[in-house]
Design a protein. Structure first.
Length: 150
């Protein structure tokens, strides 16, 4: 993945913002991609006390660092910049139940919002925990959050 924002203009806007650092967590085993506002000290800042060295990726105009640096790097970025965007893959969880699938009426209060209401078993990969709870995971999509200093 070159940029985190193939279809989503909001993610593209965050990735290219130029003011707030951005950390992109990609699928394993890919390293983190980091976008920082320009500073001649970015290499030294990213490396910190680590033995390994950050790599500049010209194609993305970003730095590549090991995933193991994530927690420490986020803390240092928040301390230095006051905030950091994190873009990462997320799988949305759907919650439903056999009670919904087998319902006769129209009233539905689960996350299917009526899509599987009264249909019998909707098929697919539902993990049925009990008569009143089942869950399914959607496809992985990139999501963004802003972490700010307290």
């Amino acid at each position: 993945m070159n940029e985190p924002a193939g279809k989503d203009s909001r993610l593209r806007e965050v990735w290219n913002n130029g003011r707030v650092p951005v950390v992109l967590r990609r699928d394993k085993p890919n390293p983190l991609l980091i976008r920082l506002p320009y500073s001649p000290g970015n290499y030294d800042f990213l490396r910190g006390e680590n033995r390994r060295k950050p790599s500049w990726v010209q194609k993305n105009k970003s730095w590549e660092v090991p995933v193991a640096w994530f927690d420490d790097l986020i803390k240092r970025l928040v301390r230095s910049y006051g905030q950091v965007y994190v873009i990462q893959l997320l799988r949305e969880q759907q919650k439903c139940a056999a009670a919904c699938w087998n319902a006769k009426g129209l009233h539905c209060e689960c996350s299917c919002m009526g899509a599987t209401h009264g249909t019998g078993h909707p098929g697919g990969k539902w993990y049925e925990v009990s008569e009143t709870f089942a869950c399914s995971w959607g496809p992985k999509e990139y999501s963004c959050r802003l972490i700010k200093a307290a």
